[in-house]
Write a protein that binds this ligand. Sequence first.
Ligand SMILES: [Zn+2]
Length: 207
Amino acid sequence: MERVPDTIVCEGCDAVYSRPTLRPRDVARCPRCHSELDRHNGDQRRRILPLTVASLVMFAIANGFPIVEMEMQGLRSQTTLMGAVVALGTEGKSLVALLLLATTLLFPLLQMCILVYLLVPLARRRRPAGFAALVRAMQTLRPWGMIEVFLLGVLVAIVKLSSMATVLPGPALYAFMVLTVLLSAVLSFNPRGFWEMAFDTTGREAD
Ligand SMILES: [Zn+2]
């Protein structure tokens, strides 16, 4: 059976230490090179599921309501971010449209879905099927799911769309603002935390 290893290797100088017992807010540092060895993240672990669910709700509002008003073939119409991205694609800017689709829609949505899939069973002290593969996927997706990438996507969307559309000060825009704040907390979650949660489920593993 897997257990949390008793030893930690310093990422800075390769020194080996026995794992310290941490209280909330504690950070263990290497006495030789002051690299971070381990930190207590119980609070973050408790907050991550409610934050993810709130993000999904905001994501639905942000993408369900029109965010821009644009003129196409002489007709003024309001459209969602998805609709605007599609419009960008048909204007011959398919590369920009594809990047926007990935950074502002697909990657955040994919990460939120994987988080919910992993966190709901873990909260009930069960390990979901495909746990290890999905945690690895989260680690691989991480550079693409960074809040900076999301913000850059939103920024490019605003710049690109402002030439052909007017941003609407409605529910979608406000939901996007809240979503940005929530996502910055959700996306900063270190996938290492999943393993720590899974180790707490000792004896009741699904796979
Ligand atoms: Zn060290």
